[in-house]
Every structure is written in C-alpha cells, then in structure tokens.
Design a protein around this ligand. Structure first.
Ligand code: UD1
Length: 384
C-alpha cells in the first residue's frame, strides 16, 4: 500500500507526527509494508512556524515540498492543487491522508478525488457552523468527498451522520493531537519557563528581555483574521490585557506573524512591547507551548488546538470566538473552555471566573494517546 500524507501549516505537524510513527511501527511489525510519502504544501515556511516542529516532534523531512507560501486563499488552494496533481500523477498512491482543517485539506482532497484516489480525513466531522471561517469551508468540502472520515469525538460522528454520510465511512478514532501531547509531556515539563522567555522574546527596537519573577502567569495567543485584522476588534482586546490582565499577573503573549504585522500597522506594537508585565514572544515550538500550558493560570486564545490541550491539561481557557467546532472542549461538555467572543465585558467576567478556578484535567473518550494506531487500522481495514 502506498500512502501520501499532507501537511501545510503549523497545526498539521503535531497531528501527522504520531501517524508517521504508527506507519513506522506497522512496517517493523508486519510483512506487508506501507510505502509512505510526506508532502508539505509549504503554506507555513518560517522556521518557527514549520521546521522547529519537524525537529521537536521527530517528523522526517517532507519528501516533497510544494513551496506554496503565503497568498490569498484562492492562490494557496489553486497553487496547491496544481502542484499536488503532479505529485499524485507521478506517485499514484492508494491513499491520500489529510489532517485538520487548513487550506491543504481542501486542495488535496479535491485533487485526490479527481485522480480517483482514496482520501482519508483525520479530524473529520468538526463543524463550527460559521461559514465566514475559511477552515469551515475546508472541512465541509473535504468531508463531503473523502472516503474515510476519522472523527475525534462522538459529536463529530453525529455531525457527519446528520449530513447524510453513510455509516461505513465514519470511524470514531479519537484525537490524534493528544497522542503527541502524551508523547511529549515529560520532555516539555523538563523545560524552564524563564529559558523559554529568554530564548523567544521578540527582538524589536532594543526592547529588553525580562526575567519572570512570579510562579503564576497567564498566556495568550491570537491569530484569527476575525480577531486581529480589524483595529476596532484588536485594540480593545489589547487594552483589556494591558490594563487588567497585566495588573493581576504577568502575561506571556506568543505572537503569530499575522498578528504582529497587524499590531504594527495599527501603531500598537511599541506600546505592547514596552509594557513591564507583558512578555511578547515569537511563535513557540511545540514543547515550549506545552510547558506554558501546563503551568498557566489561565489561557486566552482563538486556537482550536489549544482549546483541546487545555481540556486535557485542565487549564482554564477563554476562547476568543463566538463559536467553536470543538464543543467537547467547552465547560458544558466537561472541558475547560468558555466562549467569550470579542466582547470585553464578557471576556472580563469569564476571566475573573477562570482566575478563581483550579486546574481540572479531563480526558474525553479515546483521547488516550493511541489514536494514530486506530487511524492506520481504519485505513488498512477499509473495504469501500
Ligand atoms: C493558518 C490556517 C489556520 C491555522 C493557522 C495556524 C488556513 C485557512 N488557515 O492560518 O487554520 O489555525 O494557520 O497558524 O489554512 N506568515 C509568515 N510566516 C509563515 C506563514 C505565514 O510570516 O511561515 C504570515 C504571512 O504574512 C501570511 C500570514 O502569516 O500572510 C497568514 O498566514 P496563512 O498561512 O495565510 O494563514 P494563518 O493565519 O497562519
């Protein structure tokens, strides 16, 4: 059997690492070898957004890099399809495996199906119901045409059923990203928070590195266009964290390239950089972020992956979105996260509530560190 798996952007890397390990293990244990090719679309190309994850998670270098880079959605998807079609025609895989919800899954599922190749989507069935999110469009298209839909939770399986997906296409496999979390917990915990700050402080106009002197801190990440692309949304969030969160405790803000660019263009970057209780960090490696999550008092984020990791680690999490495709991470479903959108009054209220909480780890069903082997088994067992 020949499998091509595809990654494109940061959140894909922690999802493909355990799948590649599962293939390796299969090839050691079985006489029926799997030939595997890893394709990187190149959507994320900065060392900190891509290479660092390959190194830390011991992912072998991509066999093929499509070199897509940044661009509009149509540019990214269009270029990926053109380049991926050549790969598929040359290598003729039995399966194309896609993970998560970034632009690569739309481009590569469509390309695979037009070449009559079986397509498997790992992390299928998530639905935010928000068609303004590019990821929602990607999920809907990929799930509609893929042959095998491996879901992270039962709610996602139900979403697929309610869309009329036949039962033989749906396998509840668990959350593959939690495999990576479980594989790396110990390694991450051996890191020191002050080393992470020292090594990752953003270098900007002579701004000095600071030592963290408090055992307690908050963490923030923001990257969604809906939060960072408009000044009238981003500025009140920045005011809230500068005037309120940073008054209570140090805040470590790991900053996505898009967000940094927007802060700069709104003239907010200097003020953010110079606040004495705000630590502005470059995008962190997987282990560094995991370490911060293990010890943060509260996390403010618009990342889906962090919502899930907060659930497993029990870190109180404010999700700066009005909806989520991951309802299982919400407090009402037993998780650690609460939706606060970008309404400052709501953010404040939930921030206070979160600060009064204790860390409460939970493990949703099949978030057990063994999802990758179930995914591979589902592919091997597929009857069509
Ligand atoms: C993408 C994914 C999103 C995921 C996020 C994680 C889609 C539709 N979106 O969004 O689901 O949560 O990755 O980071 O696929 N840039 C760099 N260096 C890089 C990559 C990007 O500087 O290595 C800058 C560029 O200015 C680019 C901007 O970041 O224009 C946005 O990058 P892009 O890949 O288009 O989308 P993300 O917002 O990262």
């Amino acid at each position: 059997m020949k499998i091509i798996s595809v990654v494109g952007a940061r959140p894909n890397f922690m999802k493909i690492a355990p799948f590649i390990k599962a293939i390796k293990k299969h090839n050691t244990d079985s006489t029926e070898k799997i030939e595997h090719l890893l394709v990187h679309t190149g959507q994320h190309y900065d060392d900190r957004m891509s290479r660092a994850f390959f190194e830390q998670l011991e992912i072998p270098s991509a066999d093929i890099n499509l070199g897509i880079g940044s661009g509009t959605h149509a540019e990214q998807v269009g270029s990926t399809m053109i380049e991926f079609e050549k790969v598929v025609k040359e290598h003729k895989p039995d399966w194309v495996v896609i993970v998560g919800d970034v632009n690569a899954i739309l481009a590569c599922s469509v390309t695979a199906k037009k070449e009559h190749i079986l397509c498997c989507h790992i992390e299928a069935g998530l639905r935010s119901g928000d068609m303004t999110m590019p990821e929602e469009v990607n999920r809907l298209v990929a799930d509609r045409i893929s042959d095998l839909l491996l879901t992270p939770d039962r709610l996602s399986s139900e979403n697929l059923r309610s869309e009329g997906v036949p039962e033989n296409k749906i396998v509840f496999a668990g959350n593959i990203m939690i495999d990576t979390l479980e594989n790396n917990r110990q390694k991450a915990d051996s890191l020191k928070v002050n080393d992470i700050i020292h090594d990752n402080t953003v270098d900007h106009q002579g701004y000095l590195k600071k030592e963290l002197n408090s055992p307690e801190f908050a963490v923030m990440t923001l990257h969604r266009p809906s939060n960072v692309d408009r000044r009238e949304v981003l500025e009140p969030i920045v005011r809230f964290i500068l005037d309120e969160v940073c008054n209570d405790q140090p805040l470590l803000w790991t900053i996505h390239p898009r967000t940094r660019k927007m802060l700069d263009s709104f003239g907010l970057l200097d003020e953010v950089m110079s606040h004495k209780n705000l630590y502005v960090l470059e995008p962190l490696g997987y282990l560094e972020m995991l370490k911060l999550n293990m010890h943060a008092r509260v996390i403010l984020t618009d990342s889906g992956g962090l919502q899930e990791e907060c659930t497993v680690l029990g870190t109180p999490c404010l999700t700066l979105r009005w909806n989520t495709e991951r309802p299982i991470t919400l407090i009402e479903h037993g998780g650690a996260s609460v939706l606060v959108g970008n309404n400052i009054n709501l953010i404040r209220e939930e921030y206070k509530r979160a600060m009064a909480k204790k860390r409460n780890p939970v493990a949703p069903e099949l978030w057990d560190g063994r999802t990758a082997e179930r995914c591979l088994k589902a592919i091997l067992d597929y009857k069509g």
